[in-house]
Design a protein around this ligand. Structure first.
Ligand code: MN
Length: 240
C-alpha cells in the first residue's frame, strides 16, 4: 500500500515523472489511464484509481478487445494519481527509461459493491469509459507460478469492442502525438535538469582552468589534479 515502492525506484531530480502523494479518497468518478511505455520491452501500463492512488498492472500485449480474450497483466507498484497525465521521456539510466504515452484515459466503475475487497479476493470486474476504450473487462489474479511475481489476467468480459487501429494505437489520448514525436521531444523537467548539469559542468571547467593557471604561476599543481578528478566523478554521477 502507499507509494513507498514507487518512490524507492525513482530519483525525482533525474526523471520528469511526478513524485506525487497519496490523495484523499473522494466521492464521484474514479479515473483510469493506460500508458504505452516503450521501455526495455514495449508494454501498456493499465492504471485505475482506488484508495487515493493508481493501482497498476503492466500488460505486455495490450488490452484485449474480443470477449474471452485474455492478456497477462503483471501487478506492479501503486503510482500517484499525478502520474495519470504523465507523458514524456524517462531518461536513460532511470527506472523504466523510455517514452511514455497517455494511450487512453477516462473514468472507470466497478461492477459490484466493494472494489478493494474484489481486488484482494483476486477478481475485479469493471467498466471503462475512455477515449478509445469503452466497455467491460475483468482482472483475475493467477495462481503464483514464480515466487514474488504477482501475475494477473486482463480478460475481455461483456461485449466485444472494435479493435484499435494501428493509427489509434500510435496516438496519444492526451496530446495526439505519436510515440516517435514523444521520443523526439524531451520533457521540460528533463531539459531544465540537463541545463542545470551543464551549468555545473561549465562551472567546474572554469575552476579547473583557473587552478591550472595558478599552478603554472608556481603554485602546487596538486589542487588542479584533485579538482579535475572530482569533476570527472561528478560527471560520472550525472551520467549514471
Ligand atoms: Mn511501464
Amino acid at each position: 500500500m502507499g507509494l513507498q515502492r514507487y518512490k524507492e525506484k525513482r530519483s525525482f531530480d533525474a526523471t520528469p515523472e511526478p513524485a506525487g502523494k497519496v490523495e484523499p479518497r473522494r466521492r464521484g468518478a474514479l479515473m483510469f489511464v493506460i500508458q504505452k511505455h516503450d521501455a526495455t520491452r514495449l508494454h501498456y501500463d493499465f492504471r485505475i484509481e482506488l484508495e487515493g492512488v493508481l493501482k497498476s498492472w503492466a500488460v505486455p500485449k495490450g488490452i484485449p478487445t474480443q470477449r474471452g480474450d485474455r492478456r497477462l497483466a503483471m501487478h506492479v507498484e501503486d503510482h500517484p494519481k499525478d502520474y495519470g497525465d504523465f507523458e514524456g521521456v524517462i531518461p536513460e539510466g532511470n527506472y523504466g527509461a523510455g517514452s511514455v504515452m497517455v494511450w487512453d484515459m477516462g473514468t472507470w466503475e466497478p461492477v459490484g459493491e466493494d472494489p478493494l475487497k474484489a481486488l484482494q479476493d483476486g477478481k475485479l470486474k469493471f467498466t471503462l469509459l475512455g477515449k478509445k476504450l469503452t466497455g467491460e473487462w475483468t482482472l483475475v489474479r493467477m495462481r503464483e507460478r514464480e515466487k514474488g511475481k504477482d501475475e494477473w489476467l486482463l480478460v475481455k468480459s461483456g461485449e466485444n469492442v472494435r479493435p484499435i487501429s494501428a493509427r489509434a494505437d500510435d496516438q496519444s489520448a492526451l496530446t495526439g502525438r505519436t510515440m516517435k514525436q514523444i521520443a523526439g521531444q524531451k520533457t521540460r523537467t528533463w531539459k531544465s535538469h540537463r541545463a542545470a548539469s551543464e551549468r555545473t559542468a561549465n562551472n567546474f571547467r572554469e575552476r579547473i582552468a583557473q587552478a591550472v593557471k595558478q599552478a603554472r604561476a608556481g603554485k602546487p599543481a596538486k589542487d588542479a589534479a584533485a579538482m579535475a578528478s572530482r569533476s570527472r566523478r561528478r560527471k560520472a554521477q550525472m551520467v549514471s
